[in-house]
Design a binder for this molecule. Structure first.
Ligand SMILES: [Mg+2]
Length: 406
């Protein structure tokens, strides 16, 4: 590798991108964005990884991955794994460009004609939620995540502060401010309210529309079991992150009580975080992203492991995954046999000007396109208009002031 640069830009939100160039001038891009902790990964790459890449053979993807993972001695964690992911995706981009093929062809070729993607809907009350679902359907989504306000709670995760005026769903929890915003939470109020919301949605849209819901790590195992059971009549595609991800054993209890399919793993960074979950078949969908789980090389291993237990992919894909990370995910989605669904929240127009993309979106399905590589180019001139701005995800307090999972 002749050069490797870390590019930080904020076209509406912060993104960290690694751009690698080979001795022959072939350029590859990787996404290293870690929402709310972006500069830690930028420093990890600039100070500790870029100097190690110069002079290495860009085609030795596996060797470079193992060198960065095992060679650091300090393993795993979101900062380390986002940095490794950026290198990994940039090298896959380069290898596919040199081969003259879209990346999915190097991963075994297409297993399907397109990648089914789900969108996001939310409302401060049921009528607003139903309108939001209709707006997502008008945008082409055929599967929809449903989040709702809860009476008695001021700000709830996943609920846009106001209806979208652009058509694009633009909920962005990370606020541009020097300090993170404080939100509030009441699990009992949430558990009382959510089943009735899904009843209203099913009554309006019928039984066939795939519906998803994210509990965002906030419940105890027995609370999650109760919610999963209460939602069974509404036939969810999945219930996501019902308990904090660190405790794999929690889902054993949830699983004993409900047949609602479970998804987890957006905060996981390696296959080790899935070891018990997969072996005991405690969940149904892998929520990791290429960006946070060590790149295409490592996420492929996670979904291959999951495939042996009929567990499918459902990769994390809101706007904190840059178009580079999203494109890499689409190539993997298209290639792996045990694809389930892909999360997709459209990026802003400003983001799309910085990251030029070749993917297509039609009738609820994405396709990464046929350009050699991953199909994304970076516009330095557009990026120059959007310098980094400090932004943090919010945090939660209960009514008595106790910090709670956000
Ligand atoms: Mg989630």
């Amino acid at each position: 590798m002749r050069s490797a640069e870390v590019l930080v830009a904020s076209p509406g939100r912060n993104f960290v991108t690694l751009r690698v160039m080979t001795e022959d001038g072939v350029v590859g891009l990787g996404d290293a964005t870690l929402n709310g902790r972006e500069l830690a990964v930028a420093s990890y790459l600039t100070d500790h990884v870029v100097p190690l890449l110069l002079g290495r053979d860009a085609h030795r993807i596996e060797d470079t991955w193992q060198f960065l993972y095992r060679g650091a001695y300090w393993r795993r964690g979101p900062v380390t794994m986002a940095a490794i992911a950026a290198v990994d995706v940039a090298l896959w981009d380069i290898k596919a460009k040199v081969a003259g093929l879209p990346l999915y062809q190097l991963l075994g070729g297409a297993s399907r004609t397109g990648v089914m993607a789900y969108g996001h809907a939310s409302g401060r009350d049921v009528p607003e939620l139903l309108d939001s679902i209709r707006a997502q359907q008008a945008e082409g989504f055929r599967s929809i995540r449903v989040q709702t306000s809860v009476p008695g709670i001021d700000k709830v995760y996943g609920v846009a502060a106001q209806p979208s005026t652009s058509g694009r769903y633009d909920y962005e929890p990370a606020q541009r401010a020097p300090l993170p915003a404080e939100e509030d939470w009441d699990t009992s109020a949430y558990l009382r309210h959510v089943p009735g919301v899904f009843e209203a949605v099913r009554n309006e849209f019928g039984p066939a529309l795939p519906l998803l819901h994210d509990a965002h790590h906030r419940l105890t195992p027995i609370q999650a079991a109760r919610l999963g059971r209460a939602l069974e009549p509404y036939d969810l595609f999945w219930l996501e992150d019902c308990t904090p991800g660190e405790n794999q054993d929690a889902l054993r209890l949830v699983r004993q009580h409900t047949t609602t399919p479970l998804a987890i793993g957006e905060v996981f960074t390696t296959v080790w975080d899935y070891q018990t979950l997969v072996r005991e078949q405690l969940f149904d969908y892998v929520r990791s992203s290429v960006t946070h789980a060590g790149g295409v090389t490592a996420l492929r291993r996670i979904v291959d492991y999951a495939a042996q237990y009929q567990i499918k992919s459902g990769f994390h894909g809101p706007t904190d995954i840059s178009p580079v990370g999203m494109a890499a995910a689409l190539h993997l989605d298209l290639a792996v046999h045990n694809f389930g669904i892909q999360e997709y929240m459209q990026h802003s127009a400003a983001t799309d000007e910085v990251f030029r993309q070749t993917f297509t979106w039609a009738d609820g399905h994405l396709h990464p396109g046929e350009e050699p590589g991953i199909g994304v180019t970076y516009d330095d001139d557009a990026a120059a208009h959007h310098p980094y701005q400090a932004a943090y995800l919010p945090f939660n307090r209960l009514k008595d002031g106790t910090v709670h999972d956000w």
